[in-house]
Design a protein around this ligand. Structure first.
Ligand SMILES: [Zn+2]
Length: 346
């Protein structure tokens, strides 16, 4: 089985994101927020059939761990109450996708974070998504200020109540910033990779996993700059009298394969232990074109894993399936539940 652990609903019916724009405008003008739009099952089916499902078929991947559009989270664009409504709408929509295509999508939730608001406020929505909707993880924005980095690092104790809930529910978080409020940082070309890299360094500086030995984070986009600069991070850890990174962080921190060329993907697999790599493409997402050097889509990341010359079949199985099932601990049971649901709808 090939599990893509990083997909967002980037092709949602247009009235969904249009409502968020109306919500933000209404808050600004002090006028009432209009009710959530009607979205039919047919509209959802069409958006998935022509989007994610057609790509799964083309590329031979089996299941996508699916979450709301990351850039659309926009935690910095509104306050706590508005973001709670928005997160609820986004998560409900992803749940409808998973219910309509139970064999192909398992949900991961957006959290109703807001700048300056304790992450504790996210616990009820996390619980709802995991316990009621069958979601298997969450996307955690380490910078809900959208580029100001005005909050504390992810190792700060203010995050602890949310981590306690994650540990209790046995779900991991993908560390994922949203859009950027600062034109110096392009969202997907700079802000995302900055977020990935910065959080890894925060984890290296802190000692979060001493307090939460079973907490698990996935750092997406190939881990930002981290694998490429692994020697720097090993050296910094050594200078700071930290244990070896493999003992200190790699029991809890995992990287995905959203690296869009062969040499980068090979480097990731060379530097980071196979146990810590989860297959992902972030399709349909940041980079949508065809690489003229190869004639294939940049984000067709399966090709890079398949073409890697030294990974064994067992390694590839771990990257494609085994590691995802281990990190998203509720995934296997959820796949079984949804497969049974698929059987009933046929
Ligand atoms: Zn993403």
């Amino acid at each position: 089985m090939i599990i893509d652990c990083h997909g967002h609903y980037t092709t949602s019916p247009p009235q969904h994101e249009a409502w968020r724009a109306k919500q933000i405008a209404a808050l600004k003008d002090g006028t009432p927020v209009p009710p959530r739009p009607t979205i039919t099952d047919d509209e959802i089916r069409e958006s998935i059939e022509s989007g994610q499902r057609s790509i799964q078929r083309e590329r031979g991947t089996d299941l996508t761990i699916f979450s709301p559009r990351a850039a659309g989270m926009g935690h910095h664009q509104a306050g706590e109450a508005a973001n709670a409504l928005w997160s609820g709408a986004c998560n409900d929509l992803v749940h409808r996708v998973c219910s309509l295509f139970p064999q192909y999508f398992v949900g991961v939730c957006q959290l109703p974070q807001a700048p300056g608001v304790s992450p504790e406020n996210c616990i009820p929505e996390l619980q709802r998504c995991v316990e009621e909707l069958g979601f298997v993880g969450c996307n955690l924005n380490p910078d809900p200020s959208g580029g100001h980095w005005s909050g504390p690092p992810v190792t700060d104790r203010s995050w602890y109540p949310l981590y306690e809930a994650m540990v209790e529910l046995d779900v991991p978080a993908m560390i994922h910033v949203s859009s950027s409020c600062n034109p110096n940082f392009h969202a997907t070309g700079a802000h995302y990779l900055n977020g990935d890299t910065s959080v890894f360094m925060q984890l290296l500086q802190g000692d979060l996993f001493a307090d939460f030995p079973t907490l698990r984070f996935i750092i997406p986009h190939g881990g930002g700059a981290v694998p490429y600069h692994w020697g720097r991070y090993r050296g910094l850890a050594q200078d700071m009298k930290r244990p070896l990174l493999k003992d200190y962080l790699l029991k809890n921190v995992f990287f995905d394969t959203c690296v869009y060329h062969q040499p980068g993907s090979d480097l990731l697999a060379k530097v980071i232990p196979v146990e810590n790599i989860l297959f992902a493409s972030e399709t349909i997402g940041a980079v949508q074109g065809i690489d003229p050097e190869t004639g294939h889509y940049y984000d067709d990341t399966r090709r890079y894993i398949d073409a890697n010359e030294w990974l064994s079949d067992a390694d590839r199985q771990r990257i494609y399936e085994g590691n995802a099932r281990a990190v998203y601990n509720r995934l296997s049971a959820q796949i079984e539940r949804q497969t049974a649901l698929e059987g009933m709808t046929k």
